[in-house]
Design a protein around this ligand. Structure first.
Ligand code: GUN
Ligand code: FE
Length: 426
């Protein structure tokens, strides 16, 4: 896709240098060869010749990053939400993921996932597929066509997935993963492979060692799950007795990434005692509040991560989360942080709306580089939204209109989307 130069006009809302919310009513945001040149009250002279789209009274926001989502689980989203994590995996998740051996089922299911993702607030995503290579490539083809920028993982699992969702053994799994990497190398501009050991309970020590070797030779990043649920944490302790904690169970196999190849770890609810490892390895925490509620997992200590300087973004974790909505992830991040403060630690200040907005945009976006706001030098990702709340009774600022759309999504229509400097066809 060609990275273009253009100007958008409308009510612009984004996070500033200090993560505060900024807005410009009837402002201009400039994209030059795919890179944002800033948001302006008055269009600077040098950009006056660029093509301009006037979005009138609509709101222009930075695109959002879904830092953790399972594409194959989209088919059963919002179903079976009365179980805890490990039962939910066995009863609902693994049987559904096993169906992706059928490429025709996979193509239909992934078609629906990508189509809905396209119409969401999301411009960047870190995505789990299933262990099936062919279906994973089909998903990557669809994502590339959508214009969304993503990391996609063929999942690795060689134990505890049941008969129909298990790689034959560690070396077969590594071989298949290598084939997948080779098969997709150089094929895409916007779609990147990422190593994806599902979580420690589904990967033997041998598989982790094989994947670590593959990581070294390919330089790929890693995504997985960490410290999500008490019974899962206890199980990991049994499975990897040599590890100090769950995070260390990745680190001992050299699969916890480093600052140049940061790993994304979803959840990190029980990670207070492993924050030093998260920090040392530059791990990104994908905070998935809706999933954490649905699967009775708990509340992640996000304020503590932020105070420690640990990178945090937000994830839908479909189908632990029931929808692809980053608006929901953002508002629930505020809500669960208030419960954390009330029920767990009164010294942990709740997140503000501005902070949650930052996490959904530039926080998670930074996993992809300079992404997620309208400051000069950032890659140009934007979403144009119309709100349908009556404005004839009182006035609302663009920031207030944004907050209301996030909390009550029924009032929001997404009208246009730009990812990495290109318009996505909606
Ligand atoms: N842990 C291992 N697999 C999964 C999954 O598919 N979803 C969630 N939420 N946690 C997991
Ligand atoms: Fe997950």
């Amino acid at each position: 896709m060609e990275k273009k130069s253009f100007v958008l006009k409308g009510n612009i809302v984004y996070s500033g240098e200090n993560k505060e919310l900024c807005s410009i009513e009837g402002g201009y945001v400039v994209c030059e060869n795919g890179i944002c040149r800033g948001a302006f009250e008055k269009l600077p002279k040098q950009y006056e010749t660029l093509p301009l789209t006037d979005y009138g009274d609509k709101i222009i926001l930075p695109g959002m990053t879904d830092l953790h989502v399972h594409a194959p689980q989209y088919t059963f989203r919002a179903l079976g939400m009365d179980l805890e994590l490990l039962d939910w995996l066995n009863v609902h998740t693994f049987p559904e993921e096993a169906k992706y051996v059928d490429i025709s089922y996979a193509k239909r299911a992934y078609g629906s996932f990508v189509s809905d993702l396209k119409h969401s607030l999301t411009t960047r995503a870190c995505i789990f597929a299933t262990l099936h290579r062919e279906a994973t490539v089909a998903l990557m083809d669809l994502l590339e066509e959508s214009g969304i920028v993503s990391y996609v993982g063929k999942v690795n699992m060689d134990r505890n997935g049941g008969e129909n969702l298990c790689e034959a053994d560690a070396s077969a799994a590594a071989e298949d993963t290598k084939k997948w990497i080779e098969e997709t190398a150089g094929k895409y501009e916007r779609t990147n492979p990422i190593l994806t050991p599902r979580f420690i309970p589904s990967c033997t020590d041998e598989l982790m060692r094989e994947l670590a070797k593959l990581q070294k030779t390919t330089g790929l990043r890693v995504q997985s799950h960490l410290s999500e649920n008490p019974s899962e944490v206890a199980w990991v302790k049994e499975l990897v007795p040599a590890a100090k904690n769950y995070a260390d169970a990745y680190a001992v196999f050299d699969m916890f990434g480093d600052k140049d190849h940061p790993a994304v770890m979803a959840h990190c609810i029980y990670s207070e005692d492993e924050m030093d490892l998260l920090k040392e390895h530059g791990v990104y925490v994908a905070h998935c509040p809706e999933s954490n509620l649905n699967l009775s997992s708990g509340i992640a200590p996000v304020r503590k991560f932020l105070e420690e300087g640990i990178a945090v973004g937000l994830g839908s974790d479909v189908a632990g989360g029931s929808s692809l909505s980053m608006a929901k992830a953002l508002t629930l991040a505020v809500q669960v942080s208030k419960m954390y403060w009330r029920l767990i630690d009164e010294k942990s200040k709740p997140l503000t709306f501005a902070e949650a907005f930052y996490l959904a945009t530039a926080g998670g976006g930074s996993y992809f580089g300079k992404v997620g706001t309208f400051l000069d030098g950032y890659e140009f990702d934007a979403v144009v939204a119309e709100d349908h709340i009556a404005k004839d009774v009182r006035e609302y600022t663009p920031i207030q209109r944004t907050e209301r759309m996030m909390y009550d999504e029924s009032t929001m229509t997404i009208c246009a989307k730009y990812a990495a400097g290109c318009a996505c066809e909606l």
